[in-house]
Design a protein around this ligand. Structure first.
Ligand SMILES: [Zn+2]
Ligand SMILES: [Zn+2]
Length: 127
Protein backbone atom coordinates (compact mmCIF):
# COMPACT_ATOMS: atom_id res chain seq x y z
CA UNK A 1 0.00 0.00 0.00
CA UNK A 2 2.85 2.35 0.87
CA UNK A 3 4.53 1.63 -2.48
CA UNK A 4 1.40 2.58 -4.40
CA UNK A 5 1.18 5.79 -2.45
CA UNK A 6 4.84 6.67 -3.15
CA UNK A 7 4.56 5.95 -6.87
CA UNK A 8 1.39 8.05 -7.07
CA UNK A 9 3.18 10.84 -5.22
CA UNK A 10 6.14 10.68 -7.63
CA UNK A 11 3.84 10.69 -10.63
CA UNK A 12 2.12 13.77 -9.28
CA UNK A 13 5.48 15.55 -8.83
CA UNK A 14 6.62 14.65 -12.37
CA UNK A 15 3.34 15.87 -13.81
CA UNK A 16 3.64 19.10 -11.83
CA UNK A 17 7.19 19.69 -13.17
CA UNK A 18 6.07 19.02 -16.77
CA UNK A 19 3.21 21.52 -16.40
CA UNK A 20 5.53 24.14 -14.89
CA UNK A 21 8.14 23.68 -17.64
CA UNK A 22 5.66 23.89 -20.49
CA UNK A 23 4.12 27.01 -18.95
CA UNK A 24 7.52 28.63 -18.48
CA UNK A 25 8.78 28.11 -22.02
CA UNK A 26 5.47 29.26 -23.45
CA UNK A 27 5.65 32.54 -21.55
CA UNK A 28 9.27 33.09 -22.56
CA UNK A 29 8.42 32.68 -26.23
CA UNK A 30 5.63 35.24 -26.01
CA UNK A 31 7.88 37.72 -24.18
CA UNK A 32 10.64 37.40 -26.76
CA UNK A 33 8.24 37.92 -29.65
CA UNK A 34 6.87 41.09 -28.06
CA UNK A 35 10.30 42.62 -27.39
CA UNK A 36 11.59 41.93 -30.92
CA UNK A 37 8.61 43.61 -32.56
CA UNK A 38 9.01 46.58 -30.20
CA UNK A 39 12.71 46.90 -31.00
CA UNK A 40 12.02 46.84 -34.72
CA UNK A 41 9.73 49.84 -34.44
CA UNK A 42 12.24 51.89 -32.43
CA UNK A 43 14.88 53.81 -34.32
CA UNK A 44 18.11 54.88 -32.63
CA UNK A 45 19.14 58.52 -32.48
CA UNK A 46 22.37 58.93 -34.50
CA UNK A 47 23.86 61.28 -31.89
CA UNK A 48 23.08 59.76 -28.47
CA UNK A 49 21.98 56.29 -29.59
CA UNK A 50 18.82 56.17 -27.49
CA UNK A 51 16.01 54.11 -28.97
CA UNK A 52 13.20 56.46 -29.86
CA UNK A 53 9.52 55.86 -29.34
CA UNK A 54 7.20 56.64 -32.24
CA UNK A 55 6.29 60.06 -30.73
CA UNK A 56 9.96 61.05 -30.25
CA UNK A 57 11.42 62.59 -33.37
CA UNK A 58 14.95 63.47 -34.36
CA UNK A 59 15.19 67.21 -34.91
CA UNK A 60 16.68 67.95 -38.32
CA UNK A 61 16.67 70.60 -41.00
CA UNK A 62 16.53 69.69 -44.64
CA UNK A 63 17.96 71.93 -47.34
CA UNK A 64 16.44 70.60 -50.51
CA UNK A 65 18.45 70.31 -53.67
CA UNK A 66 17.46 69.04 -57.07
CA UNK A 67 18.35 65.35 -56.74
CA UNK A 68 19.49 65.24 -53.14
CA UNK A 69 19.17 67.35 -50.02
CA UNK A 70 21.62 68.38 -47.35
CA UNK A 71 20.35 67.46 -43.91
CA UNK A 72 21.51 68.88 -40.60
CA UNK A 73 20.67 66.53 -37.71
CA UNK A 74 20.52 68.23 -34.32
CA UNK A 75 19.44 65.31 -32.15
CA UNK A 76 16.46 63.78 -30.39
CA UNK A 77 14.61 65.10 -27.30
CA UNK A 78 17.09 63.14 -25.12
CA UNK A 79 20.18 64.95 -26.39
CA UNK A 80 18.95 68.23 -27.92
CA UNK A 81 16.81 71.03 -26.56
CA UNK A 82 15.56 71.91 -23.10
CA UNK A 83 15.04 68.32 -21.90
CA UNK A 84 18.44 67.10 -23.12
CA UNK A 85 20.19 64.88 -20.60
CA UNK A 86 22.39 62.57 -22.67
CA UNK A 87 25.89 63.03 -24.00
CA UNK A 88 26.08 63.91 -27.70
CA UNK A 89 28.70 61.89 -29.56
CA UNK A 90 29.49 62.04 -33.27
CA UNK A 91 29.04 58.51 -34.74
CA UNK A 92 32.01 59.03 -37.06
CA UNK A 93 34.78 60.80 -35.13
CA UNK A 94 33.44 59.69 -31.68
CA UNK A 95 34.06 63.15 -30.28
CA UNK A 96 31.64 64.89 -27.93
CA UNK A 97 29.41 67.30 -29.80
CA UNK A 98 28.55 70.68 -28.30
CA UNK A 99 24.83 71.67 -28.16
CA UNK A 100 25.22 73.94 -31.20
CA UNK A 101 27.05 71.25 -33.19
CA UNK A 102 25.09 69.02 -35.55
CA UNK A 103 25.54 66.09 -37.92
CA UNK A 104 25.66 66.71 -41.63
CA UNK A 105 24.03 64.23 -43.94
CA UNK A 106 22.98 63.75 -47.51
CA UNK A 107 19.46 62.64 -48.30
CA UNK A 108 18.69 61.05 -51.62
CA UNK A 109 15.18 60.27 -52.73
CA UNK A 110 14.81 57.14 -54.76
CA UNK A 111 11.60 55.88 -56.30
CA UNK A 112 10.73 53.78 -53.27
CA UNK A 113 13.22 54.67 -50.57
CA UNK A 114 14.60 57.76 -48.92
CA UNK A 115 18.23 57.27 -47.96
CA UNK A 116 20.08 59.37 -45.43
CA UNK A 117 23.85 59.13 -45.32
CA UNK A 118 25.50 60.74 -42.32
CA UNK A 119 28.78 62.40 -43.25
CA UNK A 120 29.79 63.44 -39.77
CA UNK A 121 29.62 66.37 -37.40
CA UNK A 122 30.56 69.94 -38.26
CA UNK A 123 34.15 69.27 -37.15
CA UNK A 124 34.88 65.98 -38.95
CA UNK A 125 32.63 66.39 -42.01
CA UNK A 126 33.91 69.90 -42.60
CA UNK A 127 37.50 68.71 -42.98
ZN1 LIG B 1 19.65 61.75 -29.26
ZN1 LIG C 1 32.50 64.05 -36.05
Amino acid sequence: MIYIFISLFLAAIILFIIILRSKGTGENKIEKAVTTTKEKKKKPCPICGSLLESHEKVISHEYRGESSSVVHVFGCPHCYGNSAHLERICPLCKKIMLPDNYLMGMMTRGEKKIQLKIKGCVICAGK
